[in-house]
Ligand binder design. Structure first.
Ligand SMILES: *[C@@H]1O[C@H](CO)[C@@H](O)[C@H](O)[C@H]1NC(C)=O
Ligand SMILES: *[C@@H]1O[C@H](CO)[C@@H](O)[C@H](O)[C@H]1NC(C)=O
Ligand SMILES: *[C@@H]1O[C@H](CO)[C@@H](O)[C@H](O)[C@H]1NC(C)=O
Ligand SMILES: *[C@@H]1O[C@H](CO)[C@@H](O)[C@H](O)[C@H]1NC(C)=O
Ligand SMILES: *[C@@H]1O[C@H](CO)[C@@H](O)[C@H](O)[C@H]1NC(C)=O
Ligand SMILES: [Zn+2]
Length: 512
């Protein structure tokens, strides 16, 4: 081939236009040209006919499912894939439910730091705007910014939030409340049930965090005041539920939105610790949310906006707890599978899956001796039965035979029989819960040869995944605010309108 490179006659021959056929070339071109014209005409006619005959085309009824894997960087995805391959003895070419819908990456910095927090990260998605760390849907000047959830509600979409953290925690808060600091969770809860200028905006909330809805006179309340938001939410029309049984009995037709399901006082359990008889999984909550939002919009030409967060992927990474991290990621993967099927069956729905930031500076190798080794050991992660958070709480309880007690916790919890005497002695002392927790995770990380650079977040770009019509425009490297922009365009929303509505009211409050 290379000998003939540049020889036009030879090229023509190879392409089937040898010299002996030159005479007929013009005729052949004419035939091909005519065939192309005829085929194009057929395609146009067929597609016009298809779009006319489908009438209320399902593609016209649009919904967005925004999935947020909090604190999940690229290393965490490789980690979960490697872990699955190891534990389930899968082939090296096994892909996770996320791997085959990768479209690009998202840049995460906030308006005031190269390293974002979850509040600024979610404000970028919700308001399509960069703001400062700790900002809950307010701009850098601390003025409320309209969110995609609020604008969707305004235009007649149903809205929902499904999380495994407290429902008042930064990510869900940012779609449904406006405060200058993420710690103002008492105020966030008040806004979430609809006591703010826009009225009720969220039709369905499933997650943890009941403690911020109970009056401060109640045992286990986290509120700063005496307001009983469970009672108030019922007055505002919510059906409230808090048990597994109530959750299982919930059915569209029998019950309807608005729904407020708070299944734990604080965050829901890590997946590795979850008691399925007490708490529903992320997948189960998402499945039920989809049923309710779909049925609530059955007679409408508008669908819904649903945000689903794998919230505790992040918290496990903050603790550097590899086992808790991977089990929450796998639960998120199962939810992705569910939502992908939903999108297949509802072609007007698009799913985006993205992280607000990486957490932990996680690394899938760690040098534990003079020489680097080229490996990490999933085995030590797979042996773990409990989060180190739960085990650290066990270690706080005293037992007279402390050595045997420590050894039993490590054996049953971390799957380690041959704990060093040094470790047994260290854990034998009275320490704080956090000291125990960080010590325990290091035992597993060291043996598995996993590295963590921080107990906080890092600035690395995160993976961007999308599935459904129109999601191709998300290909490539994006600013996190582009995710918000995409939702605005896809659902034809107007954030400025909501921002003005919010602030007209704020200004009138301050001017009285
Ligand atoms: C509960 O909140 C009220 C304000 O609503 C405050 O006056 C009271 O001191 C608080 N009580 C407790 C026990 O914190
Ligand atoms: C913990 O998991 C191991 C498998 O790694 C299992 O053999 C053991 O029985 C479990 N321990 C408890 C207390 O459930
Ligand atoms: C740890 O996990 C095992 C297996 O799920 C469970 O039987 C055990 O009760 C858990 N331990 C603690 C302290 O929660
Ligand atoms: C640790 O605390 C327990 C309970 O408060 C106490 O009984 C025990 O003596 C303490 N152990 C040490 C080593 O300080
Ligand atoms: C982690 O464990 C290794 C091995 O026991 C030890 O050398 C190292 O100091 C530990 N690191 C921390 C931060 O505890
Ligand atoms: Zn986060």
């Amino acid at each position: 081939m290379s000998n003939n490179h540049g020889d036009p006659a030879e090229t023509e021959r190879l392409l089937g236009f040898g010299s002996e056929r030159k005479k007929t070339r013009r005729e052949l071109c004419t035939i091909i040209f005519a065939a192309v014209i005829v085929m194009s005409a057929v395609i146009v006619i067929v597609s016009v006919w298809a779009s006319l005959s489908s009438g209320a085309n399902s593609y016209e009824k649009r919904s967005v499912i925004l999935m947020i894997s909090d604190g999940f960087g690229p290393a965490s995805e490789t980690f979960a894939r490697d872990y699955n391959q190891y534990v389930k003895k899968l082939n090296y070419n096994y892909l996770t439910p996320l791997d085959d819908i990768l479209v690009g990456s998202s840049r995460t910095r906030s308006s005031n730091s190269l390293v974002t927090d979850s509040a600024a990260g979610a404000t970028a998605f919700a308001c399509a705007m960069k703001s400062y760390n700790r900002a809950i849907a307010v701009n850098p000047e601390k003025v409320p910014c309209g969110t995609v959830l609020e604008s969707a509600k305004h235009f007649g979409f149903a809205t929902g939030l499904v999380v495994t953290s407290r429902i008042t925690h930064a990510t869900p808060a940012t779609f449904s409340a406006h405060v200058v600091d993420r710690d103002m969770e008492s105020d966030i809860a008040v806004q979430q049930i609809g006591d703010y200028p826009l009225g009720r905006q969220v039709d369905l909330m499933f997650g943890g965090g009941l403690c911020f809805f109970l009056p401060n006179s109640t045992e286990g309340s986290c509120r700063i005041d005496e307001r009983d938001l469970v009672k108030e939410s019922k007055k505002r029309g919510f059906k409230y539920l808090s048990t597994r049984k109530e959750f299982d009995e919930l059915e569209p037709g029998k019950d309807e939105i608005p729904l407020l399901g708070l299944f734990t006082p604080d965050h829901m359990s890590y997946e590795i610790d979850r008691d399925p008889t007490k708490e529903p999984s992320l997948k189960e909550m998402s499945e039920k949310a989809l049923k309710f939002l779909e049925s609530a919009t059955a007679d409408s030409d508008k669908g819904f906006f649903l945000m689903i967060e794998g919230s505790r992927i992040d918290m496990a990474a903050h603790s550097n707890d590899a086992a808790a991290h991977v089990h929450d990621i796998l639960a998120y993967h199962e939810t992705i599978d569910l939502v992908k099927k939903y999108v297949d069956e509802h072609p007007g729905t698009v799913m985006i899956s993205v992280s607000d930031h990486e957490t932990g500076g996680f690394s899938l190798a760690r040098q534990v001796s003079n020489q680097p080794q080229y490996l990490w050991y999933p085995e030590y992660v797979s042996r773990v039965n409990n989060s180190s958070f739960v085990l650290s709480q066990e270690l706080l309880k005293w037992d007279n035979d402390r050595e045997a007690y420590v050894k039993k916790i490590i054996r049953d919890g971390l799957g380690i029989e041959d704990l060093d005497d040094y470790d047994v002695n260290w854990l034998g002392e009275n320490r704080t819960q956090l000291e125990y927790e960080y010590y325990l995770v290091n035992i597993t990380n060291f043996k598995a040869q996993l590295g963590w650079a921080t107990h906080g977040h890092s600035a690395v770009d995160v993976n961007l995944y999308a599935y459904g019509q129109g999601s191709d425009v998300l290909r490539g490297n994006h600013e996190n605010t582009d995710i918000g922009e995409f939702i605005v365009k896809y659902l034809d929303l107007d954030l400025n309108y909501v921002t003005n509505k919010l602030n007209r009211h704020v200004l009138s409050i301050y001017s009285v």
